[in-house]
Design a protein around this ligand. Structure first.
Ligand code: IMP
Ligand code: MG
Length: 266
């Protein structure tokens, strides 16, 4: 199975695999900070938003569509009505788990009806303690920047793109309950891969049951690619292999720069 991208440093992905040190020096740039500004050559031919489709309506790197735009829209409005009814009259905080949730969160917020008595949104980013791990370790840490003091007494609904092992959400919901002292904590996930659970975890609201396949689109990525697709599908093996090779090349560039850096704090 292709590696999950949950534990990667995203700034690393902005580096051009073929950018050489000589190129950078020629531009008067040096050290680690410099190569962050280089625009990557993106092999995915789609930078045209929803126009990311071939003649058959599918992106060339996508093998099959699992959930179409229309199916996603229907699921989001069904969830919006269900959630709206359940949170009617309550003080609600809709907390997205970045980055995969971003499209779903934005669409869901617009679909929740009727409007809760108080309706706030926030986002958090969860990170694993294990560097370089390909799946979540379960030792999840909420990244700095999330305002845990804003959680107390509120009815928190955590918005997730896809539940796999269940480890990430087990940890996040536990933190929101104990540290955050939320009035309640529930979870809505767009996709649920029940077959892959490592711990017992049930979401309160589910868009779709998802087959045990690696999926991308509608916010969900493979190595930061494909988030922009308006539907959810499975990437081709050719695309997975190509992107994995590009990622590996970028890491090699990264190591070169780490060695060259003269900033000890970098
Ligand atoms: P878990 O439930 O702790 O294993 O973590 C779920 C996270 O793994 C999701 O939020 C995604 O970031 C990632 N993930 C799981 N399955 C997929 C997939 O099919 N495609 C892309 N990311 C996935
Ligand atoms: Mg996620």
């Amino acid at each position: 199975a292709p590696p999950f991208p949950t534990c990667r440093v995203s700034s690393m992905l902005l580096r051009h695999p073929s950018a050489s040190l000589i190129d950078l020096r020629a531009r008067g740039l040096g050290g680690r900070a410099a190569h962050r500004v280089i625009v990557p050559r993106v092999s995915t031919p789609a930078r045209a938003g929803a126009g990311a489709t071939g003649a058959d309506g599918l992106h060339p790197d996508i093998r099959t569509t699992l959930f179409s735009e229309e199916q996603l829209r229907d699921a989001v409005s069904r969830l919006g009505r269900e959630i709206g009814n359940d949170y009617s009259g309550k003080s609600m905080l809709l907390v997205g788990v970045l980055k995969g949730c971003y499209m779903f969160h934005a669409d869901l917020a617009r679909a929740i009806t009727p409007e809760p008595a108080v309706f706030e949104i926030d986002f958090l980013k969860a990170s694993s303690y294990l560097p370089g791990a390909l799946e979540t370790s379960g030792k999840v840490n909420i990244a700095e920047g999330f305002d845990m003091s804003n959680v107390a007494g509120k009815h928190v609904l955590v918005v997730e793109d896809i539940i796999d092992s269940g480890l990430t959400l087990t940890a996040i919901t536990e933190l929101l309950r104990t540290e955050g002292r939320a009035a309640s904590v529930k979870v809505v996930t767009l996709l649920d891969k029940r077959a892959r659970r490592k711990v017992v975890f049930d979401a309160d609201y589910v868009g779709f049951d998802c087959p045990d396949e690696f999926v991308v689109g509608y916010g969900i990525d493979y190595s930061e690619r494909f988030r922009f697709l308006p539907y959810i599908g499975t990437p081709t093996q050719v695309a997975i292999d190509r992107i994995a090779a590009e990622y590996k090349a970028m890491r090699e560039v990264d190591e070169t720069f780490a060695f060259q850096s003269d900033d000890p704090t970098d």
